[in-house]
Design a protein. Structure first.
Length: 417
């Protein structure tokens, strides 16, 4: 019995590993197809990998073939690791890494001179260099001080000419790595801003549709409201991703000349930062809306939900606002302002969503009718008690806020009429 159980266990482990390998192979295949199909994150990774390899080969050629260095190690090593995600990042890390390499080389050579043997030099220099590696000025490049010391002592080249040679090789590799990153398809991270902004708009629309479906069906309770709150919480996570992407986009545009940017496949226009703030406010309003519904669904609290008819009208209003969110999410990943082609920028009216089209005017009219109906319901609720009136009034205010942010043109037009 134990043998059979052991066999089954082995077979189960084998099947588990086979499934894991299959999943990984599938992920690799999907990434490869994405890289071949068109511009995207996967192709950017391939380009950066090829650029790093090119920088290492150039550094090896210059150091070994051109300059005749029989131990051309430092130059390609430094060039390889300095092809970073942005040109500014490459330059900053080049300065940090070269300083760390200098510190490691000099301290290791001094320790060798003091102790007279490799073991003593390692014991004296490496602990100090590992402490130095945590100096904030080194960033994440401080570890190269200790590794350089190990290489220096292991090679036995601790003379003054050898130290100068190693430092010069590091400088050569840094120059080549930064130059390749800056001159060969310089990385420009603007696509991530558009994608994160589009995802924030899309997920806001999905959250509003989920709330709308629950209110329309009338089958919602504290558990349903908690699920809506979780959806709203995920919007904050998406906002954090957008902030990070915006920071990368700013850094990627530093130290990259205009003609070099034009070589990049990604259009160089990007939604303004005011769009980040606008969709951040949308996320805040969705969160406030779900919080109000969670309070109304809690039997231990006094606020009570409005009547079913009012909730159905409110659900339809949220559905229309959610439709507008998802429609704008579909536009955001596309280049703004017709970059690379000189075409005019798309506007919200361009695809029938805004107020400038027949469909847009129809949607606007329906929203205005729903708003007027809900205001009438609010007056009716005023005679039924404070609790349902407070909830409906709060919900209506939050819908107004969402409407003003998602469809600012329609609300501005209404105010000026």
């Amino acid at each position: 019995m134990s043998i059979r159980m052991g066999t089954r266990g082995t077979e189960g482990a084998g099947a588990h590993w086979a499934e894991a390998v299959r999943r990984e192979a599938g992920a690799v295949g999907r990434a490869a197809r994405a890289a071949l199909s068109g511009p995207g994150r996967e192709r950017d990774l391939v380009v950066q990998a090829l650029k790093a390899a090119l920088a290492a080969l150039l550094a090896w050629f210059v150091a070994s073939v051109w300059l005749g260095d029989p131990m051309a190690l430092m130059a390609p090593w430094v060039a390889l690791v300095l092809v970073q995600a942005t040109v500014y990042g490459s330059l900053r890390q080049a300065a940090q890494q070269w300083t760390a390499i200098c510190a490691g080389t000099l301290l290791a050579s001094a320790a060798q001179a003091l102790t007279g043997n490799t073991l003593g030099a390692l014991a004296l220099s490496v602990p100090l260099l590992m402490l130095l590696a945590h100096w904030p000025r080194f960033g994440d490049q401080g570890i190269y001080a200790a590794t350089t010391a190990v290489f220096t002592l292991a090679s036995g080249a601790v003379s003054v000419p050898a130290v100068g040679h190693r430092v010069g090789q590091a400088a050569l590799g840094a120059v080549i790595g930064v130059a390749v990153n800056a001159l060969v398809l310089p990385p420009v991270h603007l696509r991530d801003v558009r994608e994160n902004l589009a995802a924030l708009a899309r997920e806001a629309g999905e959250a509003l549709h989920a709330v709308s479906a629950g209110l329309r069906d009338g089958e919602w309770d504290a558990g349903t409201a908690a699920d809506w709150s979780h959806r709203a919480a995920r919007l904050e996570q998406r906002r954090q991703g957008l902030r990070s992407a915006r920071g990368w986009s700013r850094e990627s545009l530093r130290l990259t000349a205009g003609p070099l940017r034009a070589l990049h496949r990604v259009p160089l226009d990007v939604p303004p930062e005011s769009e980040d703030a606008r969709w951040g406010r949308v996320a805040d309003h969705v969160t406030a809306l779900t919080r109000t519904l969670a309070v109304a669904a809690d039997d231990d609290r006094s606020p009570a939900p409005p009547e079913a008819a009012a909730l159905r009208a409110y659900a339809r209003l949220l559905e229309l606002i959610g439709d507008a969110c998802e429609a704008e999410a579909g536009r955001l990943p596309a280049p703004w302002a017709g970059a690379r082609t000189g075409a005019p920028a798309e506007t919200p009216e361009a695809d029938g969503v805004g107020a400038g089209t027949v469909e847009g005017r129809s949607v606007e009219s329906e929203m205005e009718e729903l708003r007027a109906r809900l205001q009438g319901d609010l007056r009716d609720h005023a005679g039924q008690g404070a609790a349902p009136t407070a909830v409906l009034g709060t919900l209506l205010l939050q819908a107004e806020n969402l409407w003003a942010e998602v469809l600012p043109g329609t609300r501005q037009k209404k105010r000026t009429q």
